[in-house]
Design a protein around this ligand. Structure first.
Ligand SMILES: N[C@@H](CCC(=O)N[C@@H](CS)C(=O)NCC(=O)O)C(=O)O
Length: 203
């Protein structure tokens, strides 16, 4: 059995979005949990099996998978016909894996630091910064409409989510703005948000 540990309007909404993109909502049980939100509201939930009390977590027959990118990789591999990930062995697969790991290891920390106004030469040397991160995406968008080429994948979903959290970092350039807007207007995202809104009312 597959269970998504989820809190409405949080990082786990990205996984809920992916689930709708993949058309597998009927295969996954949702377990809403409480978390502490960025504004300090909310509370940790003793029923949350995530080892740090965070979301998202995916439980597959008792195995706990955490980290949004790892969950996306796990689900797209488990349901390979869903069309949200290039198949292993294809040229786009390398780009896909790169984007997922780059997002977790570089982009999200860089965005968080920039949003909080944290600057340190060591951080800049290791992670570069928001301009370098934007540049990587900019370069990819000169090669295709989406990060892995001509097809929308989970890489677009997760990388664009950072700009939804922090729209101030979207460069004022048509190709960039258009990519963010196309990612934000996916019907599956609207479905995930509607489900979140329903859950928030019930909470
Ligand atoms: N690196 C993790 C981050 C998970 C994370 O920080 N989730 C937030 C929700 S937006 C959370 O659960 N916060 C509650 C807490 O820190 O206690 C991922 O990408 O899945």
């Amino acid at each position: 059995m597959l269970t998504l540990i989820h809190a409405p309007n949080s990082r786990s909404t990205r996984v809920l979005h992916l689930i709708h993109e993949m058309g597998i909502a009927d295969r996954i049980r949702l377990q809403p949990v409480g978390i502490i939100y960025r504004d300090g509201s909310g509370a940790p939930d003793p029923a949350n099996p995530h080892p740090e009390g965070k979301v998202p977590a995916l439980i597959h027959d008792g195995t706990v998978i955490t980290e949004s990118g790892a969950i996306m990789l796990y689900l797209t591999a488990l349901f390979p016909d869903s069309g949200l990930a290039p198949a292993p062995g294809t040229p786009a697969r390398g780009a896909f894996l790169t984007w997922l790991f780059w997002y977790q290891g570089v982009m999200e920390p860089v965005m968080m630091a920039a949003a909080m106004g944290i600057h340190h030469p060591g951080l800049d040397r290791n992670f570069r910064g928001i301009d370098a991160a934007n540049d990587r995406i900019r370069q990819a968008l000169t090669r295709g409409a989406w990060l892995c080429g001509d097809t929308y994948t989970a890489a677009d979903l997760i990388c664009s989510s950072a700009y939804t959290f922090f729209p101030q970092f979207v460069p004022d350039e048509p190709a960039f703005r258009d990519w963010v807007a196309r990612c934000a207007s996916r019907p599956a995202l609207a479905q995930a948000k509607a489900q979140d809104a329903e859950m928030s009312v019930l909470a």
